[in-house]
Design a protein around this ligand. Structure first.
Ligand code: G6P
Length: 608
C-alpha cells in the first residue's frame, strides 16, 4: 500500500520522482505528491488522483526545481483520498517534509500529545504525527531527530524525510514496510521496490527493520538505533527494465498473462537437474519430511487460492494432510501447530501484512516455514526458514496472473520432491509426472494460442451483473481464483461454488440467462459435474463449460465450451486458469474498467 521514492544527486529530482511514482502506482493510486528542497526551502505539490494529474500540475516536474526530493503515491487508510491527505506532509515550521508507507497504530495518542503542545494538524492521516515529532525532536541533528521519532512510533513504516537545513540529504527509516536504497554514481535513491530504481541503477541495498540511512549524492550511511554504523552488502537487481514496461501490450495484465509460459519455465527449469528435483534453497531432508504430520498453507487472495489448488496435488502425491487457511484468519485462530507442522507461505510481493503475521504466529509455535515468494529480499522471504523464489519477474497489474501460476509451479515441484524423498510414489510415477511438469510451459502456451475465441465469449457474457463459477476438487479451487479475477477487475459479482453444494442454497439464485462457468476437467468426477450443469441449465442458466480437448460429452449440455490441453489432473490448475484470466480481462475491457488498477484495490497489502 502506497509507494515512496526519493532522489538526491545532480539532476533535477522532480522528473525522476515522477517516473519512479509511475512505476510504483500499482501500490496505490488515489492521490500523489512530491516535495523538493530548493534554495533552503521546501516546496510541495499534491493532487488527488493519478500520477498523470501530478505531472500536469507540476508541468512534468519543471515547475518544481531542486536536486533532492521525495515522492508518494497513496492508497488511503486514514482519511479519504484528497489533496490535503496526500503525502508529502510538512512540519509546521516548514523545515521537514516526509513520505510514509505503512500505518502508525498509536497515532491517536501522539496526535493528542502533539496538539496539546501546540502543533497544528492539516490532514486526517496517521502519518502527519511523524513530521511534527521530527520538528519537536530536532535540535540541530537530523539523525537524532529521526531516531527519536521512530522510537515513538508503533506500527509499520517506510519513511522518507527531507530537511531544509540539509538540502542534499535524504533520511530514511524502516519498520515492517519495504524500503530499498538505490546506489548510483554521484546520485542515490530510495524506493518501495526495485521497479522504481531499475531505470537508474542496478545496485541496491536492502534496509532491515530498525535500520536508518542518511543518503547524500556521494554516499549512503546506514545506522542502527544506537546510531552505530551498519555495514551493508550491495545486491545486484536482476529484473530488467523491459520487464517492468508494457512492451506493446495495452495493459500490464495482458502482458503478464502472455508471459506465463516463460515465467513458469523460468521457475521450474533451474530446479530440475538430471531427472531429479533440486531445491537447493531448502534443507528438507528425508528424516525431516518423514517427521511432518501436517502441512499448513497460508496466504491471502490469489496466493491462497494457489494453495487451495495445490493441496490436492500434495495430498495425492505425499499422503500428508494439507490444511489451507487464510492468513487473516490463521493469525487469530490459536492454530494447532507444532514442530511437526510444515508451514508453506505463499506471497507474490512478500510484504502482505496478514501473511507476515500468520507466519510469525506459526513460527513461534515451532513450525518450519517455507516461503514461496516472487520479490527477492522481501520481508516474508527473509522471515522464512527457507525461501523458494518464483522467477516470474516484476508483476505490475494489481490482479495477479503469472504470480499465481508460478506459485503453482513451485508447489508442484515441492509435491514431487517430497513424494520422492519420503517414498510415497514410485520412481516410475515420479518420472512420468516430472515429464508432465516439464511439458507444462508448452501446454500453457498452447492454451493461450488456442483461446483466441475468449474475446468472443466475453462479448457474449460481459453485460451481466452476476456470474457463478462451479467445479469440484481442483476444479473448485480454480473456480475460486477464476471468480476472484472476474470480480476484482470487472466489478461483476462473481461467486464460486463447489458444484455439489449448489443445491444447498445457491441454486436459488440461478435464473434465466445467468452465466455459470463450469469447470469440468477431472475425468473421475466428470459425470457428477455434468449433473450439476444439467441442474443449472434446467433453471435457465447459460453454461460456459471449461474442459480438456477431446471431451465432447460436454457439448450437448453447455451453451459454450472452452477447451484447454489435456495434462495430468494433478497439474491442471496451471492450464485451466489461463482462459479464466483472459475471460476476466476481456470482460473488464468491454466494461471499460481500469484493468491494471482496479478501484479500491492495491497490489501490495501492507496493512491488516
Ligand atoms: C492483493 C492483490 C492480490 C494478491 C493478494 C496477496 O489482494 O490484489 O492479487 O493475491 O494481495 O498478495 P501477495 O503479494 O501476498 O501474493
Amino acid at each position: 500500500m502506497c509507494g515512496i521514492v526519493g532522489y538526491t544527486g545532480v539532476q533535477g529530482a522532480s522528473p525522476i520522482l515522477l517516473e519512479g511514482l509511475k512505476k510504483l502506482e500499482y501500490r496505490g493510486y488515489d492521490s500523489a505528491g512530491i516535495a523538493l528542497v530548493n534554495d533552503g526551502t521546501i516546496s510541495i505539490a499534491k493532487v488527488t488522483g493519478r500520477i498523470a494529474n501530478l505531472c500536469e500540475k507540476t508541468n512534468d516536474g519543471k515547475d518544481y526545481p531542486g536536486t533532492t526530493g521525495i515522492g508518494h503515491t497513496r492508497w488511503a487508510t486514514h482519511g479519504a483520498p484528497s489533496d490535503t491527505n496526500a503525502h508529502p506532509h510538512m512540519s509546521n515550521d516548514g523545515r521537514f517534509a516526509i513520505v510514509h508507507n505503512g500505518i502508525i497504530e498509536n497515532y491517536m495518542s501522539l496526535h493528542d500529545e502533539l496538539t496539546a503542545k501546540g502543533y497544528h494538524f492539516e490532514s486526517e492521516t496517521d502519518t502527519e504525527v511523524i513530521v511534527h515529532l521530527l520538528e519537536m525532536y530536532y535540535k540541530g541533528d537530523i539523525r537524532k531527530a529521526v531516531i527519536k521519532t521512530s522510537a515513538r512510533l508503533q506500527g509499520s513504516y517506510a519513511l522518507g524525510v527531507i530537511c531544509a537545513d540539509d538540502p542534499d540529504k535524504l533520511y530514511v527509516a524502516r519498520e515492517a514496510s519495504p524500503l530499498i536504497l538505490g546506489v548510483g554514481v554521484g546520485e542515490n535513491f530510495f524506493a518501495s521496490d526495485v521497479t522504481a530504481l531499475v531505470s537508474y541503477t542496478r545496485n541496491a541495498i536492502y534496509l532491515e527493520d530498525g535500520e536508518f540511512a542518511e543518503i547524500s549524492p556521494e554516499e549512503i550511511k546506514v545506522f542502527d538505533v544506537a546510531l552505530q554504523p551498519v555495514n551493508k552488502k550491495i545486491s545486484r537487481i536482476v529484473w530488467d527494465i523491459q520487464a517492468a514496461e508494457k512492451g506493446g501490450y495495452e495493459h500490464f495484465m495482458l502482458k503478464e498473462i502472455m508471459e506465463q509460459p516463460r515465467a513458469f519455465k523460468a521457475t521450474i527449469a533451474p530446479r530440475i537437474k538430471e531427472g531429479e528435483i533440486v531445491l537447493d534453497e531448502t534443507d528438507l531432508s528425508k528424516e525431516y519430511l518423514e517427521s511432518v504430520n501436517k502441512i499448513v498453507i497460508t496466504a491471502c487472495g490469489s496466493a491462497y487460492y494457489a494453495g487451495c489448488a495445490a493441496k490436492y496435488t500434495i495430498e495425492k502425491l505425499c499422503r500428508v494432510p494439507v490444511i489451507t487457511e487464510l492468513a487473516s484468519e490463521l493469525r487469530y485462530a490459536d492454530p494447532l501447530i507444532d514442530e511437526h507442522t510444515l508451514l508453506i507461505v505463499l506471497s507474490q510481493s512478500g510484504e502482505t501484512a496478514d501473511t507476515i503475521a500468520a507466519m510469525k504466529e506459526c513460527k513461534s509455535r515451532g513450525a518450519k516455514t517455507i516461503a514461496i515468494v516472487n520479490v527477492v529480499g522481501s520481508t516474508i522471504a527473509k522471515l522464512a526458514d527457507h525461501a523458494l523464489y518464483t522467477w516470474a519477474g516484476p508483476e505490475i497489474a494489481v490482479a495477479t496472473t503469472k504470480g499465481y501460476t508460478t506459485q503453482l509451479a513451485v508447489l508442484y515441484l515441492f509435491s514431487l520432491y517430497t513424494a520422492k524423498k519420503i517414498g510415497s510414489i514410485s520412481d516410475e510415477e515420479f518420472n512420468r509426472l516430472l515429464t508432465a511438469l516439464k511439458a507444462l510451459p508448452k501446454k500453457i502456451q498452447e492454451t493461450i494460442d488456442t483461446n483466441s475465441k475468449i474475446h468472443q465469449l466475453a462479448i457474449k457474457y460481459y453485460d451481466n451483473k452476476s456470474m457463478f463459477f462451479i467445479g469440484r476438487n481442483t476444479d473448485y479451487a480454480i473456480a475460486l481464483e477464476g471468480a476472484l479475477k472476474m470480480k476484482e477487475i470487472s466489478y461483476i459479482h462473481a461467486e464460486s461454488y463447489a458444484a455439489g453444494e449448489l443445491k444447498h442454497g445457491t441454486i436459488a439464485l440461478i435464473e434465466e440467462h445467468r452465466p455459470v462457468v463450469a469447470l469440468c476437467y477431472n475425468e473421475k468426477i466428470m459425470e457428477k459435474t455434468l449433473s450439476n450443469i444439467v441442474e443449472v441449465k434446467a433453471r435457465g442458466a447459460d453454461v460456459l463449460a471449461l474442459t480438456y480437448k477431446g471431451n465432447h460429452q460436454i457439448v450437448s449440455v453447455a451453451n459454450d465450451v472452452i477447451y484447454v490441453p489435456k495434462v495430468d489432473t494433478l497439474f491442471s490448475a496451471a492450464v485451466e486458469i489461463i482462459p479464466l484470466q483472459m475471460l476476466a480481462y476481456y470482460v473488464a475491457k468491454l466494461n471499460e474498467c481500469d484493468i491494471d488498477k482496479p478501484k479500491n484495490l492495491a497490489k501490495s497489502v501492507t496493512v491488516e
